[in-house]
Design a protein around this ligand. Sequence first.
Ligand SMILES: [Zn+2]
Length: 400
Amino acid sequence: MLAITLSADWEPREGARLTSNELAGHFAGDARQVWRNPHFQLGQRPLPRIDAPGDVIVKVHRAGIARSNCKMGDSDAEGYVLLPYRMRLPLIPGHEIAGEIVEKGTAVRHLQVGDPVAIQALQPCGSCRACLQGKPNQCLETGFSGFTSDGGMAQYFVTSARFVHSLLPVAERFGFDRAMDVGAVCEPAAMAYVGLFRQAGGFLPGATIAIFGCGPIGLSCVSLARCAGAAKIVAFDRTQNRLRHALALGADMAVNVRDAADQENGVSEALLEFSGGMGIDLVIEATGDAWNLFPQFEKALAIGAKVVSLGVERKPMPISLFPYQETGAWLTGTMGHIGGFEPLIALHASERMDLSTIIDARFDLANGLQALQVASRFDEAKVVLLPHAEPASIGDAQAI
Ligand SMILES: [Zn+2]
């Protein structure tokens, strides 16, 4: 089958502390410590097989390209991977996967061949301290499709049925293609859901919400905040296309942060003005640029505000605690998406939201490397691969 593969050289940094498991399995708990010269290739790979009675094989119809996929191939001046994730290489990347079941193991009861499904990429171990406390998003030994095992940038994908969510309710109402588009954005949207509602505990109807970063996670937050009864939503980003999406999904105001940041205190002043001087009830940080943004929005927190961190931090940040003592605000975040798929699929099936609209560009798999380059510009909200589309059916690699 056709697939994209990420490879790199196993060259632990001098002084890197690796466990015996990491050394034995060429598996890195922190990719930055060992993987050098990462590079993507397009080529043929063996078809996946069912290894356990609970497995299913999915014909992949959509594979979203995430920011982290672009970053997996990036390296520092010494050639080491920049992404601080668990990573076993070589593998097929891709953790935003939608498709249809084409084969299932003998123990799979709740899914049928032909079912449209979205894939939960996190594979919690079920037995560690976090899992036993009912916190699978914090699993200490989690597998992660596309990072520790093959992911979805391929024509077929195998996983346990435990990590598969049916998109039948969306397909029955809106058709198979819409279900696939929704499935492609479920992963980032599920993470937004977990951060906003399960970790932060949500907000009361009538709240004022600020969202920094209008990639798929930030845009999902805009739509979820609108669904959940926010009175006012302001979204910040650096690209007009993403800000346009934010407005379409329900933001009341969209601010180009380049403009606002041009003036000292520009962001905090914009927030205070937007909230009528009351401050922001819930802030979502989905840019990874916390270093610059926290000092700005912390001047505009409402009493009892919540701050939810969903971005990939680019560098560690010293934090000023005074705003949290002064306002009683609290800070939380997540990297997990478990617990977000079912409500998102339900919200789409009931037409309360439609995040399929954030897909700006579609590529066939033969043009997958070009798609990764386009996604790396971060102008598009979401770029997806269609691994079974004929190139002619969607034209040359194109932005829609
Ligand atoms: Zn666990």
